[in-house]
Ligand binder design. Sequence first.
Ligand code: G4P
Length: 529
Amino acid sequence: MSHIKNEIKKRRTFAIISHPDAGKTTLTEKFLLYGGVINTAGSVKGKATAKHAVSDWMEIEKERGISVTSSVLQFNYGGYCINILDTPGHQDFSEDTYRTLMAADSAVMVIDASKGVEAQTRKLFKVCAMRHIPIFTFINKMDRDAKDTFDLLDDIEKELGIPTCPVNWPIGCGKAFKGVYDRRKKEVGLFSDTRKGTSIGEVKKVDINNPEVDWLIGDEAKVTLNEEIELLDGASAEFDQELVDKGELSPVFFGSALTNFGVETFLQHFLAMTTPPLPRMSDHGAVDPMTEPDFSAFVFKIQANMNKAHRDRIAFMRICSGEFDAGMTVYHVQGGKDVRLSQPQQMMASERKIIDKAYGGDIIGVFDPGIFSIGDTLTTSKEKFAYEGIPTFAPEHFARVRQVDTMKRKQFVKGINQIAQEGAIQIFQEYNTGMEEIIVGVVGVLQFDVLKYRLKNEYNVEIILENLPYEHIRWIENEEIDLDHISGTSDMKKIKDLKDRPLLLFVHEWSIRMTMERNEGLKLSEFGR
Ligand code: G4P
């Protein structure tokens, strides 16, 4: 057990969340550079594919298997074994993006200094906050004109509701960017643009009390810095590891991923402050990787191969405890059977490689003969516990599905149900009518195209999607509710899911509050349990 414990203790498994273009790919790439995984910047895949238009995306179906929305990058740095979970942005944004966060122990939030908190950051943040995992903020692009630093922090606190604690502080921005001040070490790291020099670059550090600082950053910048530090020391929250661990305080760092400034400092601080694999709740109580010797994992993502000839699926699982051996037999709790986990693989940048060992904290993808569902537990423990399920995330786009050829009803129902099972789409029915009318909900609009394409290609069924104006969905948490008696707004629609659970759709966000006000005791939730 002790070598397993040591392996697990080294693991740091986190996701990077950001709004498209804030610099997630660039930052990831710089991390890999420090990890010695790549030698030159610009070799990480993902960015190019993320920018593929829908038609291109269809073209690359053969490669798609698991590589397009590729999943996890693993590398070693400073004695740690790091797993970065990829959360695709851009038009690939889908439920998978949210689910991936269920497999992370902490999150790095990248914010563009000229923009502050943006829409996608807000959405992803909510999921992290729901899980109470530590959240670290990297404010990027300081080499460009940025918003006022205090305003940026204010923005995070107000928009996201999390207090911040700046670990370092920027000195100027854009053309006048001089570097960052490390509040703990009381030293200034001087900015140098590494774009033209070495890829890693070295940051010159000078003690704040060293008179050299005045001329190195300029008198004016020094005066401003002094004022800001004073203000900051009086006003900002103190660093408190316990609050960070609970996701109630976000340490903030400033830098510039492109010029590779502040990235290594950030990585070092972050690794020291973040957590090794955490215990997870199961129906037998919390399972702690430090005390549970047996292997256990849960499935958080299933990806079907787009290649028609091989309808294989890959199930991605997060190992929560113990050691994984290639080809091992484990108990599939939901299926009630032993299964052999075959073809285990790990993704490295654009490649997948077959692995033979993995540990708590790691993510592996295994061949799925069609037996796994999202949220399923696998374990070698005699206790056969099941991890807590993965919530259903609120879709934001809805469409009514119509079949072109109504004779193919059977294939249609089978196809749409299977695709829904993989978690790519959610399906709902009209509240009063039967299966005749199906409404699909998706988190990212690209999923509509995927649905159409896959039904045609894999099930030979053509559909027409008629967009609906709803953008907000709420699960009704009250068990015994009579939908007929809910008095809603004119833009509200009552629907039910496949388990006959009642839900409400709204066009406008404000109608949600109004409906709650009109129906005392009504409990609505953004996440379906
Ligand atoms: P994303 O994954 O979050 O979508 O962002 P990505 O890293 O792709 O970065 C988006 C754009 O922002 C890229 O420019 C990238 O070079 C730039 N960028 C990232 N970090 C910094 C930074 O610290 N400073 C500055 N000035 N720019 C930064 P692009 O023009 O879209 O792509 P490219 O032509 O440079 O490849």
